[in-house]
Design a protein around this ligand. Structure first.
Ligand code: MN3
Length: 217
């Protein structure tokens, strides 16, 4: 029923910054484990078949930590895979570039803010570019925490700063990982679509709907 969304590229497509080894483990083991546990815990909580976005919000509201952690990690990773594309793609342009210029005074300043937020983040978590009532900003969240439970924030881009995201390829050098991630792998086309959705044009990213079960009303 809850599917592990396939990677939108080959396992070796993000090398050398993110190796095939890292992606096989990160997607095929870490992400898969979150999805499997989410399914078990959703069934126990009587929430089987509900969209992942609803599981995250409902588990957070009820204080169901195990379900929240696994559902939020399932969602965050699915979103994260979309936030990357093979090196060599285009940078931000159009409305996205204008919003970056307005909030950060340019792409280099956004990169510095993003890398500094991630390097300064203690322990495991995520560094995000989000769109809120006052425009774009960079935030970080701890462990499984996401933006679905934060009113008014739409995620534009995210990078995983749990050690399993970079340790095989970069050991403890989170700064080099984040800098080169921002420079080469960030998917600005996806980011632009998220920004448009935050302004009411099109739909933002949704986790693939669970299959094979009736949706409760
Ligand atoms: Mn991860």
């Amino acid at each position: 029923m809850y599917v592990l969304p396939p990677l939108p590229y080959a396992h070796d497509a993000l090398a050398p910054l993110m190796s095939a080894d890292t992606l096989h483990t990160h997607h095929g083991k870490h992400h898969k484990a979150y999805v499997d546990k989410m399914g078990d815990l959703a069934a126990k909580a009587g929430l089987a078949g509900r969209p992942v976005e609803e599981l995250v919000v409902e588990a957070h509201r009820k204080g169901d930590k195990p379900l929240f952690n696994n559902a939020a990690q399932a969602w965050n990773h699915a979103f994260f895979w979309q936030c990357m594309r093979p090196a060599g793609g285009a940078g931000p342009s159009g409305d996205l570039l204008r919003a970056i210029d307005e909030a950060f005074d340019g792409l280099d300043a956004l990169k510095e803010a993003f890398v500094n937020e991630g390097v300064g983040h203690f322990g495991s978590g995520w560094v995000w570019l989000v769109s809120g009532p006052e425009g774009l900003k960079v935030i970080s969240t701890h462990d499984a925490e996401d933006t679905l439970t934060r009113d008014g924030l739409v995620p534009i881009l995210v990078c995983d700063v749990w050690e399993h995201a970079y340790y095989l390829d970069h050991k403890n050098d989170r700064k080099t990982f984040l800098t080169r991630w921002f420079e080469t792998l960030a998917n600005w086309e996806f980011a632009a679509a998220q920004l448009a959705a935050s302004g009411g044009q099109g739909q933002g990213y949704r986790y693939p709907a669970p299959a094979g079960e009736a949706q409760p009303a």
